[in-house]
Design a protein around this ligand. Structure first.
Ligand code: CDP
Length: 237
């Protein structure tokens, strides 16, 4: 039995279930799970509340100057066995998942200074390993030396349907075409931005889960983590 811990970096397109995989893997191995997208979403909520976004245009300079006023944390809630996202001490977990934030987060995430601040925090969270982080640049920028990197994708229609089901299950009234448009538009912005664009790391494994059940997908990922852990303990001998 090894005490070694690894870093699992999960990147991929919007709404393809990265967080679901990351959460399950973290629970299985007793690792910390970090949803890096929640951090960009919290910055976006801050910007919206301070009227720094109008018609999709972000007041970049003002937002950059206000970055030191933004404090983002994850606090574990043992009752529901998951972490909630806090913005300056307030639980914003629900609000950051709603459409106004989804519609504005990708432009906010193109700002280099915002990314630098978030990446610094993320690297700090992973310094002791034993972490599963999902996002867009985790395997390429945040943890380029992660022992296991996954690049997850599925067709846009399937991803939009999953997001639609998730929001309607929470009792929200949403329109499928609007969600599909948001998924496609976020992919476009995320993949074409100058700073840390979404791309597969050369050493990432591709996981197209369009036609996979959660169970099959999870067993596949767990097997990959175990392979890495066994590889480390073999090298130790
Ligand atoms: O879960 P979903 O795919 O809807 O997105 P998310 O992980 O919550 O991320 C929201 C947005 O934040 C993405 O569309 C990206 O624009 C941005 N993001 C990023 O730029 N880098 C990351 N590491 C994570 C998210």
């Amino acid at each position: 039995m090894t005490n070694h811990k690894i870093i699992v970096a999960i990147d991929g397109h919007s709404s393809c279930g990265k967080s679901t995989i990351a959460k399950a893997v973290a629970a299985r191995f007793g690792y910390i799970f970090i949803d890096s997208g929640a951090m960009y979403r919290a910055v976006t909520l801050f910007a919206l509340r301070h009227q720094l976004i109008a018609d999709g245009e972000v007041n970049r300079e003002k937002l950059i100057s206000m970055l030191p006023q933004i404090k983002i944390e994850f606090r574990y809630n043992p009752e529901i066995q998951k972490s909630d996202t806090y913005l300056n001490g307030e639980n914003v977990e629900n609000e950051i998942r709603q459409l106004p934030v989804s519609q504005n987060v990708s432009p906010v995430a193109t700002i280099a200074e915002v990314r630098e601040a978030m990446v610094r925090l993320q690297q700090e969270m992973g310094k002791n390993k034993g972490i599963v982080m999902d996002g867009r640049d985790i395997g390429t920028v945040v943890f380029p030396d992660a022992e296991l990197k996954l690049f997850v994708t599925a067709t846009p229609e399937i991803r939009a349907q999953r997001r639609y089901d998730e929001l309607t299950a929470k009792g929200e009234t949403v329109s499928f075409p609007e969600i599909l448009e948001n998924v496609v538009e976020r992919d476009r912005i995320d993949s074409t931005r100058e700073v840390s664009p979404l791309r597969k790391a050369d050493d990432a494994l591709i996981l197209d889960n369009s036609n996979l059940t959660r169970e099959v997908q999870l067993s596949w990922v767990i097997a990959k983590v175990e392979e890495r852990l066994n590889g480390i303990s073999l090298n130790d001998r």
